[in-house]
Design a protein around this ligand. Sequence first.
Ligand code: BF8
Ligand code: SF4
Length: 629
Amino acid sequence: MANHTDPKKQCSIQPDTLAMYQKARQEGVETVWERAQAQEPQCGFCSLGLSCRNCVMGPCRLDPFGEGPQRGVCGADADIIVARNLARMIAAGAASHSDHGRDLVETLLAVAEGHAPGYQLTDLAKLDRIAAEYGIPADLPPQAKAKELALAMMAEFGIHKGHLTFAKRLPAARLAIWDRLGIAPRGIDREVVETMHRTHMGVDNDPVNILLHALRTSLSDGWGGSMIATEVSDILFGTPSPVASQVNLGVLKTDEVNIILHGHNPLVSEMIYRSSQDPALTGRAQELGAKGINLVGLCCTGNEVLMRKGIPMAGNHLVQELALLTGAVEAMVVDYQCIMPSVGQVSTCYHTHLITTSPKAKFPHAQHLEFTPENALERGREVVKMAVENFADRKPERVLIPVAPVNQVSGFSVEAILGALGGTSAPLLDAIKAGQLRGAVGVVGCNNPKICQDLGHTTITRKLIEHDILVLDTGCTAVANAKAGFKDPGAAALAGPGLKAICEALKIPPVLHMGSCVDNTRIMHLAAALANALGVDVDKLPVAASAPEWYSEKAAAIASYAVASGIYTVLGVTPPVLGSRMVTDLLLNGLKGVVGACFAVEPDPEKAAGLLIRHVESQRQALGLDSRL
Ligand code: BF8
Ligand code: SF4
């Protein structure tokens, strides 16, 4: 298999993945790993960012060895082509998060106007806090306040004047840097559209100018679209607080109707959750011989319902096909993003219904049941009913649920973390100042078949907590770390003595799950709050970020807004930029002098952990705190 890090020349460190991969081989079902192998050798031009198909004078590709063409037909050189490609990648990621945010805002408006019968305003205190940030009068009743808020947020997607509202959570020094560079995000959609414009042939041909706008586009995601998605989800479905649950494919049940919720947006999954509690449907499941209805999550929709409802998590990105291979899934319900087109084909090998729900995301071999704010409650019932009736078609002889589940505690929103600390960030800062806690690192992002599944996430996380660094995780990392047992409060024993004592006192694990990938904005919000409390800009904090196994354009946007917000970020997979020395140097070095942070790329997770630890310690030293450098 391609590029697997020695000595673990296998596709995963996880027993459930390995067992199901074996079953896939026995049953002749193709998975992501065979397809990855079939792509070898992958295109060298594309890997270096040196191919362009932005117009039909091309496609063009430049010779990295300097012998063949050094310019595309239009005259674009390597620096221009690489910068344009990276900018488009970031724009696609920002668009995905932000369009997800928009769907939530539209639902918030529908709730406020009274035509979204399944939904409600769940966290009114949060509605009050967010509305206050938007300058909406405090004395409005909740429905009217929600309507004003939805309209104000919608305006931020378009031509907005001044800073995005949530960017004001940052220290003034950070906003001043953005203003000076001209990268303060304006309207959320506007920056994405402008990236597409600038990267059209014959528009922006200054690679630095292109990349600065790419950063601005990422910021419109991090402090705009994604942050709106997180905050509106909390208003509609509740702000997460610590909740016990379980993780891995062992959460599927041999004697229950299993429904997998996969994708990213909680709008659909919350309605399925409600219907799964309906006595008429659970009764029907029992008539058919099932003990009940078992909802489980996958990927970020899974993180959303885990954080708020404690619904168990079946797995991360590379588990999506394998979950169907258990033969125990009556329905996989998907919304959008990171859902491999292959799941339709795999579902046809079993009795599983693949159900698509968004007009934006239709799949081969799927049944489409479209959800809208108006019909979602009724649709949720329909979907659960379909799954229940499908239990009769399960073939018990084909079922394999390979492992027992692992316990985890999830639900660490910013509110929950500060709540556990008595309402302020002061105890956290005191622990950092005293050196008991060295700092905090966000370990986030995807799986990628180029990397042994979860090896990067878990190796880095383990090293960091051993070094008394608190780990905050989201997305697919969160699943990897939970499966490794790092989210059981007992995992405090794996931490260094300082972090261990804190975890034991607060009864929390050393790795705090902060949610889905749009919830990386919770990490940003916490970083901004710490910087404000300390009276410094974010780039001075003893914090860092890491995306050890990233694959997605969304991850490129996240990493970019982290860096542009002042957070040093270590990537485990090389982005397609090495074809331009100038772009590579800007990302790895030059940005430091511009936004106070830069990227690093380190495929070896042990060494990546070393980089992160060194960064945290050197930040401590610069702050005048004790340092283990
Ligand atoms: O948004 S971590 S593989 S599931 S992109 Fe996708 Fe990556 Fe997983 Fe969530 Ni995020
Ligand atoms: Fe080739 Fe330029 Fe067209 Fe790209 S934009 S495909 S480099 S001619």
